[in-house]
Design a protein around this ligand. Sequence first.
Ligand code: 8ID
Ligand code: ZN
Ligand code: ZN
Length: 351
Amino acid sequence: MAGQIPEMQWAQVFEKNNGPIEYKQIPVPKPGPDEVLVNIKYTGVCHTDLHAWKGDWPLAEKLPLVGGHEGAGVVVAVGELVNDIKVGDHAGIKWLNGSCGACDFCMASDEPLCGQALLSGYTVDGTFQQYCIGKAAHVARIPKEVKLDAIAPVLCAGITVYKALKESGARSGNTVAITGAGGGLGSLACQYAKAMGFRVLAIDGGDEKKDMCLNKLGAEDFVDFTKQDVVATVKDLTGGLGAHAVILLAVSEKPFQQATEYCRSRGTVVCVGLPAKARISAEVFPTVVRMITIKGSYVGNRLDTQEAIDFFKRGLINAPFKTAKLSELTKIFKLMEEGKIVGRYVLDCSA
Ligand code: 8ID
Ligand code: ZN
Ligand code: ZN
């Protein structure tokens, strides 16, 4: 099998933030003793990849960089210490590429909080290439019956929203407002929320996103933030009380200033979207006397990963996605910047 691995491969590389993204041939990396090499068949494009290219977060990244962290493919080589995943297995490269395994957080399976975590497409090269390295302990195990194009978005968007929905503490029958419901994370959040037994109230803008949320993703209501008063409408739709949980996925600041106003008393606002330089704010008095919880949620651990994949394998998650070629990344970034992507784009990495 090793003989079939080429020396060179196609990749999308940028040298500096906001600089040109070059589609070019680079060497295929070699896995270290505790790593695997995955031949990426499909990779999702997450808004995080756009943040990485812009460099708009207060977190240092590797440069030059191959972005991408929703890569689904086939294991083609394993390091000498790897014995629980083998050549030919299907695997996913996700945002959390590796972690130290020894800090307090790693010991408690809270590895996203590890201070030495390796981040795919950010601090190590990611999935916008045909062959990508992942630490064997962290690559997602993908069952063979699952389609690699459709599972790709689950590897970041799916895991992240599934974790956020768990963090919200909502119970079956509760109303969950999903702000940014028409985007990549949002479309999967609607599906996971429905599968988890919640009533989905989707918030985003435009008729195409409205149609997808109501007719394809199982949302019961849609509030258009470009046309409607979000706070008043959510309250109207929830008997005046607000949503039991609000999952904030939008890449803009306003929802982070507004969400407590349409969250029910004793409800939880879960912050997931990461708009650059944005602040969360809420009036103290109502937050206190209505006992609102405001919290952050960041990707998921290895068990969250396998649970999110299991929902998918059972046929419960069917979010629409569009496919383009790896060579078309720049075009997809432009559409994403303009807010024009309905759901997720998945790139076909065959040259
Ligand atoms: O672990 C994490 N916390 C995590 C994991 C993965 C991604 C966080 N993220 C972050 C990304 O970095 C990004 O900041 O989540 C955010 C959303 O990522 P995405 O879903 O990949 O982005 P998108 O596909 O562009 O969707 C964003 C949606 O937000 C809507 C847009 O219309 C779009 O559909 N939106 C915006 I911008 N402003 C809105 C508003 N005021 C809004 N929806 C409702 N109200
Ligand atoms: Zn992501
Ligand atoms: Zn650690």
